[in-house]
Design a protein around this ligand. Structure first.
Ligand SMILES: [Zn+2]
Length: 323
């Protein structure tokens, strides 16, 4: 019976695109790089691993989360779409990668997460969105259950292909990670990006995926959550009209509804959220990535979905009362 051996090597590099082992070619993993080169709190990270042999699979762990690698058309090149939660403390984090093969090895690479310059501001909304009454609290709790269920949906292979596209015809505002003070009494972190659009503008899905929630929620208003596979989701909020249902498979750029001002808003806009493996990521960083087109066989292989208990839930907004 064959045995898998692992050797642990600790490599510290500063350049994101430099080869890890320029002097030692026979180690399994040849090169690791990611985009964007400079990562910050909330950054999406598209990780590429190049190997010198074809592995059975590639696994990885970063900032306490498992990475889901998938094979490219070249079986010696593997990809993972991941990110650093906006609440990650700036610092250096170990990226642990394992190429599962005969003589495959574990490598560690250090990844710096820089501090992001999140803004802050004050917002006024109807008081029930700040001090919800009993009926609203009940709805908020029920919404949590639905969102947790949606985010526990698991599709084993990526559904997306190529770049993620802007969901509305508008420039995003610099609003991700913003600390907002609602009605001078409630502090909340903004876990997405707002696009300024009037009510009734078409909203399209940023990449191919499966709808896992399409419903009116208390804070989010009419909300659509799309699963792009491997625990990567995009979220669209405050819509005036929902045009999709859970289970619908959408192609990139397909319409999912119309923009609006439902839920906790000060006016019409589209809120886009990005969630990977429980982490909230900056949508503008996702829209800025250059991503490979993935073969249709991969998407066909990804149709089997099953619930997973490994994913934590959580509201879109984390709120706390000031003391
Ligand atoms: Zn928003």
């Amino acid at each position: 019976m064959r045995r898998f051996r692992s050797i642990v090597l600790l490599i510290i590099l500063t350049g994101a695109t430099s080869p890890i082992f320029p002097q030692s070619p026979a180690h399994g993993i040849k090169n690791v790089f990611w985009q964007p080169n400079e990562l910050q709190q909330g950054s999406v990270a598209f990780i590429t691993v190049e190997l010198d042999r074809v592995p059975r699979r590639v696994t990885g762990k970063w900032i306490g989360k498992d990475l889901a690698f998938f094979k490219s058309d070249n079986p010696k090149i593997w990809y993972a779409l991941a990110g650093a939660d906006l609440e990650t403390q700036p610092g250096t984090y170990d990226l642990t990668l394992t190429a599962v093969m005969i003589g495959g090895r574990v490598i560690h690479k250090r990844v710096d997460i820089g501090a992001a310059n999140f803004r802050s501001g004050a917002v006024d909304v109807p008081e029930n969105f700040v001090e919800p009454d009993a009926a609203s609290k009940k709805q908020i709790a029920a919404d949590e259950v639905l969102k947790n269920r949606a985010f526990s949906h698991l599709i084993a292979a990526p559904q997306w292909s190529g770049d993620f596209v802007t969901p509305v015809k508008a420039k995003p505002t610099d609003s991700f990670g913003m600390t907002r003070l609602f009605n001078e009494e409630l502090t909340s972190t903004h876990r997405g990006t707002d696009f300024p659009v009037n009510e009734g503008a078409p909203v399209v899905v940023s990449n191919s995926g499966t709808v896992v929630l399409a419903k009116e929620l208390f804070y989010e208003g009419n909300c659509v959550i799309v699963d792009h596979g491997q625990r990567f989701f995009t979220i669209y909020m405050h819509l005036s009209k929902l045009e999709v249902k859970p289970g619908n498979k959408l192609g990139k750029g397909e319409r999912l509804g119309l923009s609006g001002q439902t839920g906790r808003v000060t006016g019409p806009h589209l809120h886009m959220g990005v969630r990977w493996n429980g982490a909230y990521l900056d949508p503008t960083k996702l829209l800025g990535l250059t991503l490979p087109n993935l073969g249709s066989e991969k998407r066909k292989a990804a149709t089997r979905a099953r619930p997973s208990s490994a994913i934590g839930g959580g509201a879109n907004e984390s709120s706390r009362k000031p003391d």
